[in-house]
Design a binder for this molecule. Structure first.
Ligand SMILES: C[S@@+](CC[C@H](N)C(=O)[O-])C[C@H]1O[C@@H](n2cnc3c(N)ncnc32)[C@H](O)[C@@H]1O
Length: 221
C-alpha cells in the first residue's frame, strides 16, 4: 500500500462512520444523485470508487443501477454492507485500493469517483497509477466521472497559501484532531494530468455544486 492509500485509510478509520455521515450533511444527497444519474444508465455496469459507507452506492443500487462500491477503509465498508443487508438492494462492496483495483480488465462501463476521493492521491505517480487502473478496468468507450473541489476557489484558496509538495498543492486540514492531507486541483492541473493518461476524451467542467466551487472531470476511453 502506498503512502497516499495508507494515510487516507488511517484518516477515515480515525474519523469513523458517524463523523463522516455528519460531514456529508454539508452536501445534498439529492443533488449528488441527480448529477451522477445524468451520467449513468441502467444498462451500465458501474464502479463507485472510494464509495465510503455507500452514501451514493446504496440509493443507486436501490434504484436498480448495477453498481459495485470499492473503498480501502474497512469500517466504512462494514457499515455499507450492514446498510445494504437491511435493504433489498443488490449491491457488491469490495475492500480495495484505487491504485490496484481488484477487477479484471474491461469489467465496467462507467466509473464514478465523487466527493473529493481523488484528492487523497498525494503524488503525481499515484494520480497517474489510479487513472491507469481506471482505464484498465473500463470497457471500450467506458467513461469516468471524477468530482473534486476547485482548489483555486475558497475554502481551498486560503489553505493553498500554505501549500507544499508537488506543485505546492498539498494542504493539511484539521478535522477534529485528525490531519487530512489533500492535493488540491484546478482545471489546468486536471487537464494536464488527463493528458498524461490513455483516455482520449479529457474535459473538466467547473461547476457550483452544493454551494461549493467544484470541478467535474470526465474521461472517456
Ligand atoms: C470523502 S469520502 C467520499 C465517499 C463517497 N464517494 C461519497 O460520495 O460519499 C472519500 C472516500 O475515499 C476513500 N479512499 C481514499 N483513498 C482511497 C484509496 N486509495 N483506495 C480506496 N478508497 C480510498 C476513503 O476511504 C473515503 O471513503
Amino acid at each position: 500500500m502506498t503512502n497516499s492509500s495508507a494515510r487516507s485509510e488511517q484518516f477515515f478509520t480515525a474519523l469513523g462512520v458517524k463523523r463522516l455521515k455528519d460531514n456529508s450533511k454539508t452536501r445534498s444527497l439529492e443533488t449528488d444523485l441527480s448529477l451522477v444519474e445524468t451520467f449513468i444508465t441502467k444498462q451500465d455496469k458501474i464502479l463507485d470508487l472510494g464509495c465510503g459507507y455507500g452514501r451514493l452506492t446504496l440509493p443507486l443500487a436501490k434504484n436498480d443501477y448495477d453498481i459495485t462500491g470499492l473503498d480501502n477503509c474497512r469500517p466504512l465498508l462494514i457499515q455499507a454492507k450492514k446498510d445494504a443487508l437491511g435493504s433489498k438492494a443488490d449491491v457488491a462492496y469490495i475492500l480495495g485500493d484505487l491504485l490496484k483495483l481488484p477487477f479484471k480488465s474491461k469489467s465496467f462501463d462507467k466509473i464514478i469517483c465523487m466527493w473529493n476521493t481523488f484528492h487523497h492521491l498525494l503524488t503525481k505517480e499515484d494520480q497517474k497509477k489510479a487513472l491507469a487502473e481506471m482505464f484498465r478496468v473500463l470497457n471500450d468507450k467506458g467513461v469516468v466521472l471524477i468530482e473534486v473541489d476547485d482548489g483555486d476557489e475558497p475554502p481551498g484558496k486560503e489553505f493553498l497559501k500554505k501549500g507544499y509538495g508537488p506543485d505546492k498543492r498539498l494542504v493539511d486540514y484539521d478535522a477534529e484532531g485528525n490531519t487530512l492531507t489533500a492535493y488540491l486541483y484546478n482545471k489546468k492541473l486536471l487537464t494536464a494530468l488527463g493528458k498524461t493518461s490513455r483516455f482520449h476524451e479529457n474535459a473538466v467542467y467547473p461547476m457550483k455544486i452544493n454551494g461549493r466551487d467544484e470541478l467535474l472531470w470526465v474521461l472517456e476511453k
